[in-house]
Design a protein around this ligand. Structure first.
Ligand code: AR6
Length: 167
């Protein structure tokens, strides 16, 4: 059976799913945006855990514990910076979602919450990013029961609602 996909408006740091995904940078360092919020909420152990992983290339994902978060795991996914669309951005964004799902399965998670990877500081246009997120998660591995897209603003939530009901 395929995973249930849903979109909610909210703050991903409060999610009680097995794994939340972080829109990370290749250094896996605390940044701004959702990444900054996750680092602030997870506590100082996350900084050490990420430093020990030593970084990840764009399109990859790596897991750490959730530490002080309600979620048991954090999957750190590195989405692409938007350079106009002809630098492999669509493939790299799809890879970030796909690898996040694979890593979630590896740690035993069955429910996963995603932020809108790359659509903030990294500048990926919302509509095409949403299409890639939804299409990739529709073919999630069978171990995944639930994918929740946690949208931080109404515009993002609207884009996900449209995409989830369009096809
Ligand atoms: N919960 C859910 N979504 C959030 C939250 C939150 N607490 N806070 C922000 N968002 P961004 P990117 C939304 O910029 O574009 C960081 O510095 C936000 O409104 O966080 O992938 C990293 O370290 C937007 O819809 O991630 C990287 O250097 C979405 O999350 C870089 O920014 C993604 O925005 C990554 O940029």
């Amino acid at each position: 059976m395929s995973a249930r996909l849903e979109a909610v408006l909210g703050d991903i740091t409060g999610e009680t799913v097995d794994a939340i995904v972080n829109a990370a940078n290749p250094q896996l360092a605390a940044g701004a945006g959702v990444c900054g919020a996750i680092f602030a909420a997870a506590g100082h152990e996350l900084v050490e855990a990420c430093a020990a992983l030593g970084g990840a290339p764009t399109g990859e994902a790596l897991a750490t514990p959730g530490f002080d978060l309600p979620a048991r795991w954090i999957v750190h996914a590195v989405g692409p910076v938007w350079f106009g669309g002809d630098q492999g951005e669509p493939e790299l964004l799809a890879s970030a979602y796909r690898r996040s799902l694979d890593v979630a399965v590896e740690v035993g998670a069955t429910s996963v919450a995603f932020p809108a990877i790359s659509t903030g500081i990294y500048g990926y246009p919302l509509e095409p990013a949403t299409r890639i997120a939804v299409a990739t998660c529709r073919t999630a591995p069978p171990e995944i029961d639930l994918v929740r897209f946690v949208c931080f603003d109404a515009e993002t939530h609207g884009a996900y609602e449209r995409e989830l009901t369009a096809t």
